[in-house]
Design a protein around this ligand. Structure first.
Ligand SMILES: NC(=O)c1ccc[n+]([C@@H]2O[C@H](COP(=O)([O-])OP(=O)(O)OC[C@H]3O[C@@H](n4cnc5c(N)ncnc54)[C@H](OP(=O)(O)O)[C@@H]3O)[C@@H](O)[C@H]2O)c1
Length: 272
């Protein structure tokens, strides 16, 4: 029998993950999505043909995996309501930013199988990057189920040390925003140099997408690919020198460190 997935929260991420399951061949009749928002329920049902409900407890009845996809500040209340009614063999998989396995164990009760994951928004088009970590109660079958869910919308990597989840959040969780910023800046600079705005955007987008795909397809390191574009004394070298003079490496490291530290701060503020 195919596993039964229940999603609590069918917003951006819940919908993306439910869609990934359907796209990877999972039967929509084995996916339930519970959401307080009628608009979200309608969207999930229309796009993926999955079962939808406004009743979290009913959605979880008999589920093999309960995916917790509400906002972090809504999660405690959701978990406390589910804990007495969800059976002991169900895997809980949380994608809430900054909510630790210890929080989830406190809210769901001892002995629960729990996976914490950090996906990112490109999961919406099947190009996500996610890290996962599990508590000691997760079985091999549940490990595989959790991984297959995240892998259905992109790259999925396990972490042995949960503390690294803050670094993952800083790199790939928040990362799409950095790439969008780079796109904006490339477009703006192109326009400043006289290109029409529409052309500047088109070239910037195609360059970022093409470079990422080339790096992904190539066996060469990104540094090698960079050197291949950089002729001595040429135009690219001038631009890269300008980035170096501004300490771009230091800027990026400081930005990710700030994001990592903020993640730690926010997690420390969540009450048990
Ligand atoms: N978006 C990202 O970049 C990203 C990346 C990684 C992880 N995450 C995590 O993914 C989770 C979901 O994020 P999202 O962007 O998908 O949020 P979202 O679009 O707001 O989706 C959450 C959905 O849950 C509904 N909801 C609220 N309370 C509920 C309850 N008690 N029972 C059932 N449904 C309820 C919300 O309805 P209302 O809108 O009416 O409240 C909303 O439709 C968050 O915990 C976030 O930290 C997000």
């Amino acid at each position: 029998m195919e596993p039964l997935f229940a999603f609590i929260g069918g917003g951006n991420m819940g919908r993306a993950l439910a869609g990934g399951l359907v796209a990877s061949g999972h039967s929509p009749s084995r996916i339930r999505v519970a959401d307080v928002s009628e608009a979200c329920r309608l969207a999930c049902a229309a796009i993926h043909g999955v079962m939808v409900t406004d009743d979290n407890l009913a959605a979880c009845a008999g589920a093999d995996v309960v995916v917790l996809a509400v906002k972090p500040q809504q999660l405690r209340e959701v978990c406390v309501a589910l804990a007495p009614v969800v059976g002991p063999s169900t895997l809980f998989l949380s994608i809430a930013a900054g909510i630790t396995l210890a929080h989830l164990e406190a809210w769901l009760g001892d002995g629960r199988a729990i996976v914490r994951a950090m996906p990112n928004t490109p999961a919406q088009i099947g190009c996500g990057a996610a890290a996962l970590c599990a508590n000691g109660a997760v079985s091999n079958t549940q490990h595989a189920l959790a991984e297959s869910l995240l892998a259905s919308v992109g790259v999925a990597q396990w972490l042995d040390d949960e503390r690294l989840m803050d670094a993952v959040t800083a790199l790939s969780g928040s990362g799409p925003a950095y790439v969008f910023l780079l796109l904006e800046l490339l477009e703006q600079a192109g326009t400043e140099l006289g290109l029409p705005a529409a052309l500047s955007r088109k070239l910037a987008l195609a360059t970022v997408e093409g470079s990422a795909r080339l790096a992904s397809a190539s066996s060469d390191e990104p540094a090698t690919l960079r050197r291949q574009v950089t002729s001595p004394g040429g135009t690219t070298e001038k631009a890269l020198q300008s980035f170096n003079d501004a300490d771009l490496a230091g800027i990026v490291l400081r930005a990710l460190t700030a994001a990592r530290d903020r993640g730690r701060e926010l997690a420390a503020q969540v009450p048990y």
